[in-house]
Write a protein that binds this ligand. Structure first.
Ligand code: NCD
Ligand code: ZN
Length: 344
């Protein structure tokens, strides 16, 4: 097959950053992504509806003539109030709240220190029909970084789902067999997003033959058996598992550093990579549901009425892109991709 047309995809987990960076990040998705769940981990974080509205306006200023629609999220803290949740529920553009355990990842210092104290907030979210997006990793220093997702599920997520069975939850950027099993065993209110990079890479890619800062992200890449489980569930096509890129840009100076930032900038290549992934596994027909259908269904939103076309045409990914006053190395920099998105 040399051409595929799919409904315009959604990205259910995207970092756009702010200010100057928006020029790069919004342009790199706006023409081929219909809607995206916008992560609120700015500095300072987006914790109120009015901050989300102002951030949304700054994003929209860069969408040009596209129909790109940012779906906003509020960053939960120890001080999030029920009134703010109610206001979010009333707002037409806030669709979810994001739970970062404090210290779990980039810009999560203001995150939640004790999830058991959020019961009132979760009740209000259930009432308001807001979705809870979770970065599912514990932060304890005595838990190995490769086990943090599994331990979070046992220690925190299972109790949250037991206490709040009607709350809709997305366990984000899952990386383990344990997460796949948990989501499959849970009610229909529990779903998961999967990134392109966790499908394509495992921890050998990050660490074997030299450390690759461009492959460092959180949750960290896991062993191959976990990667295979993610691949299988996506290739089988299951409505509880949909695409969230977690495209997370950091300028080159912040990545190539003695204390390099976590985050991989996949936005310019993610759909082409996924097309290649599905094709290599003789499953191209499962590409569209993963990127354009299952997430919308879970979020109770209509499917896109636009489409995009990809053609089989080799191109090389630029080695660097301008990024504010720095540069950024996109995922797959300098490598060849076999699918290209046609201009619209
Ligand atoms: C994200 C970022 O840079 O904001 N980094 C990452 O490695 N994925 C934060 C996150 O989603 O964990
Ligand atoms: Zn993220």
């Amino acid at each position: 097959m040399n051409k595929i047309q799919i409904l315009k995809p959604d990205d259910w987990h995207l970092h756009l950053r702010d200010a100057e960076a928006l020029k790069r990040t919004v342009t790199d998705v706006a023409s081929h992504i219909h809607r995206a769940i916008i992560m609120p981990n700015l500095v300072p974080p987006v914790t109120t509806v009015s901050e989300a509205q102002a951030y949304r306006d700054r994003i929209l200023a860069h969408k040009n003539k596209t129909s790109f629609s940012p779906l906003m999220t509020l960053y939960l803290t120890d001080n999030t109030t029920v009134d703010e949740i109610k206001a979010a529920g009333d707002s037409p553009f806030v669709v979810a709240c994001k739970l970062y355990p404090a210290g779990a990842t980039t810009n999560s210092d203001s995150g939640v220190t004790d999830v058991t104290k959020l019961d009132k907030v979760f009740e209000a979210m259930t009432e308001a029909g807001l979705i809870l997006c979770i970065h599912g990793e514990v932060t304890d220093n005595d838990v190995d970084i490769f086990d943090r997702e599994k331990v979070f599920i046992e220690r925190h997520l299972k109790p949250i789902t037991d206490r709040h069975p009607n709350l809709k939850i997305v366990l984000e950027h899952i990386t383990t067999q344990d997460a796949v099993d948990f989501v499959l065993e849970s009610s229909d209110n529990i779903a998961a997003t999967i990134t392109a990079h966790h499908l394509i890479l495992n921890r050998n890619d990050l660490l074997s033959g030299g450390i690759k800062p461009d492959y460092y992200c959180l949750p960290i890449l896991k062993r191959q058996a976990h990667q295979k489980r993610l691949q299988n569930i996506v290739l089988e096509s299951h409505p509880k598992f949909f695409f969230g890129s977690d495209s997370a840009p950091h300028g080159q100076h912040k990545k190539y550093n003695a204390c390099g930032c976590a985050g991989i900038y996949t936005a310019p290549v993610m759909l082409c990579l996924l097309a290649e992934f599905f094709e290599q596994h003789q499953s191209l027909s499962h590409f569209e549901p993963f990127v354009s259908r299952y997430g919308a269904h879970f979020y109770n939103l209509p499917l896109s009425d636009e489409s995009i076309t990809l053609t089989k045409e080799s191109w090389s990914v630029p080695s660097k892109l301008p990024f504010g006053d720095d540069e950024i190395v996109p995922f797959f920099a300098g490598k060849q991709l076999s699918w290209r998105i046609c201009d619209v």
